[in-house]
Design a protein around this ligand. Structure first.
Ligand code: ADP
Ligand code: MG
Length: 443
């Protein structure tokens, strides 16, 4: 059997050195500074963000490092060794949203898009810049390598251009904006991803990368963007969070995310609420019965499908809604467990694991966003002694997480590798997640 392959996180010194060398080799001078932003993994609270619910991400120790110098013109030049896509010189006067004449192709959209969004918000004109990116966040593994790019450039530009965030000058204040400033940067990064890169994601990834605290999970209220830092010191409890990148081909993703969002919007409209987060989990059974009737009546009146199809559709809507309502409740419950217990052990640890397991099962059965690789991962991890395991991120591939004893990381990883071999899947990759620091400046 093959041994599990772990993707290590670069240390700050390594990140600075690699990004600086790349900058020097490419542009022939030293950068003015090196900034970084982490990827993220969501502990619980999946597909809740666009429903106004709760999520609980942590920042990863895996970061995008960005060596950058501002220029005295409006040109942007970029380099990254993690992609073969070369970037032509861009110009800040020419870039625009996807679908416009200024559309930016490829990964440069995540970087140039942030500068564009800042100028759209009235923070310009910004200087052009040269930037060398060296990231150890796995690309496309559901760990937000894209948000890491955006957030690294957001902190770098805010710093170098001396932007006033929340009315506070950022440069000169140890190069670290306060949380209001960071919340503002989140909005520019989300705009870059939605409008310039053209990926319709919620704001969880960027909030995690910019607003998490080391040793804490971020309770993110997606309705109003408010946050709370919840202690999550795994090492102190002798625990580790193992991330398994399934490497599953994302063949089914197209249209599925939009379909889930549309189902949630339909259910909310039928129930007469703005967002599914408005439904009280205490009334779950009653609300779901009510929703089923409303969906049946609505479809019977408006569509010509056979009765059995209309019943299936109502059932689908109930299951999607049930996932969202119960997932928000599970997230709130897990937050309370973390807040009320310094150490995760005994019954408390068992309850945390059960909530993670229930989250996965709900995403598999009710929300139907898992895939064979994710289900096999979770089952293998649980059988090998994980306290809890679940898919994380949007689903249909990407990554899963397992909460394990610190000394069981290798055993659980080996069990996953074995299960993949038995099922004929691509080999997975692993990384160890510890709640890490948010985006900032290194040098
Ligand atoms: P995820 O954010 O889950 O990793 P996405 O599909 O949202 O997956 O983002 C992946 C994209 O982000 C890549 O296709 C690439 O365009 C860009 N990207 C991420 N990291 C890098 C990097 N180190 N160098 C160049 N582009 C990158
Ligand atoms: Mg992404």
């Amino acid at each position: 059997m093959s041994e599990p392959v772990f993707s290590p996180a670069l240390t700050s010194d390594e990140g600075v050195q690699l990004a600086t060398e790349l900058f020097r080799d490419t542009f022939g001078t030293n950068p003015q500074g090196v900034w970084y932003a982490p990827g993220r993994v969501n502990v619980i609270g999946e597909h809740t963000d666009y429903n106004g619910g709760l999520a609980l991400p942590i920042a990863l120790p895996h970061r995008a490092h960005l060596a950058l110098s501002v220029r005295d013109d409006r040109t942007i030049r970029l380099v990254s060794p993690q992609t073969r896509e070369a970037v032509d010189e861009l110009n800040l006067d020419e870039i625009g949203p996807k679908g416009s004449a200024g559309e930016v192709k490829g990964w440069a959209a995540y970087i140039a898009g942030v500068a564009w969004a800042m100028e759209q918000a009235g923070l310009g004109p910004l200087p052009g810049f040269d930037a060398a990116l060296y990231s150890c966040v796995p690309l496309g593994g559901g760990l937000s390598s894209s948000a890491a790019l955006e957030c690294s450039v957001a902190v770098a530009l805010a710093d170098m251009a001396g932007l006033e965030l929340d009315g506070q000058p950022m440069a000169g204040s140890a190069h670290a904006p306060n949380d209001e400033g960071r919340a503002q940067l989140v909005t520019y990064c989300v705009r870059a991803e939605n409008d310039v890169a053209g990926a319709p994601t919620g704001g969880m990834d960027q909030a995690a990368s910019l607003r998490c605290h080391e040793g804490h999970a971020l309770k993110l209220n997606c309705r109003d963007g408010s946050v709370e830092h919840v202690p999550f010191d795994l090492a102190a409890s002798g625990l580790a969070l193992l991330v398994i990148d399934t490497k599953a081909p994302h063949s089914l993703v197209d249209g599925q995310y939009a379909a889930r969002r549309a189902a949630c919007e339909r259910a909310a409209a039928l129930m007469g609420v703005d967002l599914l987060a408005d439904l009280d989990p205490a009334n779950l059974a009653e609300d779901m019965g009510h929703l089923r009737h409303l969906a049946l009546d609505d479809q019977t009146a408006t569509c010509a499908d056979a009765a059995s199809e209309i019943a299936d559709d109502a059932d689908m809507l109930v299951r999607r809604t049930r996932h969202v309502v119960t997932e928000i409740a599970r997230t709130a419950e897990l937050v309370e467990l973390l807040k009320n217990n310094e150490r995760l052990e005994g019954d408390v640890l068992a309850s945390v694991g059960e909530l993670m397991n229930a989250s996965h099962d709900s995403l598999r059965n009710d929300y139907e966003v898992t895939c064979p690789e994710l289900d096999v991962t979770v089952e293998a991890a649980r059988n090998a002694g994980a306290h809890g395991a679940r898919m994380t991120g949007g689903g249909f591939g990407g990554s899963a997480i397992a909460l394990v004893d610190a000394d069981a990381v290798d055993t659980v990883a080996q069990a996953v590798v074995k299960a993949y071999e038995e099922n004929g899947f691509n080999p997975p990759a692993f990384l160890k997640a510890a709640p890490s620091a948010p985006a900032g400046r290194l040098q």
